[in-house]
Write a new protein. Structure first.
Length: 207
């Protein structure tokens, strides 16, 4: 299932991220803010259970998070900006990292790092990468999460191409996707059009 978050705040911030005139500082801030808004949607179905506590006026039962513990997993590099932001909302979550880069010629993902919480199998996993383009990187990252035992995985991206969404639906039909927009198509270099350019380079100022 793909959820496109159409909230005006999300769409407004995304348009600023797309703008070629938006500089590194603002791009980074927007990515972090958008990540919080996407997490608000992606975490909508977290379970609550009543907890007894006293307000200054009376005692009662009030809802608090329960159920499975959480893990945030970033696909390096660009996914880091998202986990760094979202962990503010769920400070008890563990954070994992999967290092992948996309070979510019073949567009195939190349793995270079993997560090996941040892109890990932018992956690609800929120995998972050701002860009879902061909879907190769996200599909490989989901496979390595499953190989490590993860059974509940949601993918959070800022922008997707229809091609990437189709790859995840084909390879991992059990994984829900939350995005701010699904764009038109990929160009010959595997870039999302109209897109926002190279997310990693725009976040870290490497171009
Ligand atoms: O869906 P795909 O076609 O696999 O492309 C998407 C990947 O490309 C970008 O990373 P990149 O390879 O530029 O690495 P970086 O984050 O280190 O810049 C992006 O952050 C995704 O991980
Ligand atoms: O458009 C794209 C495609 C892959 N990676 C990016 O950062 N941007
Ligand atoms: Mg990049």
């Amino acid at each position: 299932m793909v959820t496109v978050v159409t909230h005006p705040l999300v769409q407004h911030k995304l348009s600023h991220m797309r703008d070629v005139h938006t500089g590194v500082k603002e791009f980074r801030e927007l990515a972090a803010e958008l990540s919080l808004l996407l997490a608000y949607e992606a975490m909508r179905d977290l379970e609550l259970e009543p907890h007894r506590l006293s307000t200054p006026l009376e005692s009662g039962e009030f809802p608090m998070l329960t159920g499975k513990k959480l893990a945030l997993v970033a696909i390096l590099r660009a996914g880091l900006i998202m986990t760094d932001s979202i962990v503010q909302l769920v400070p008890a979550a563990k954070v994992g990292h999967i290092g992948l880069y996309r070979d510019p010629q073949t567009l195939q993902p190349v793995a270079y790092y993997n560090k996941l919480p040892t109890d990932i199998a018992e956690r609800r996993v929120f995998l972050t990468d701002p860009m879902l383009a061909t879907g190769g990187s996200a599909s490989a990252a989901i496979q390595s999460l499953k190989d490590a035992g993860a059974a509940s995985i949601k993918l959070m991206s800022i922008l997707a191409a229809p091609e990437g969404v189709a790859v995840i639906e084909r390879d991992h039909p059990d994984v829900d996707i939350v995005v701010a927009a699904v764009d038109s198509h990929l160009n010959d270099h595997g870039y999302i059009v109209p897109g926002l350019g190279d997310a990693g380079d725009r976040i870290y100022g490497t171009k």
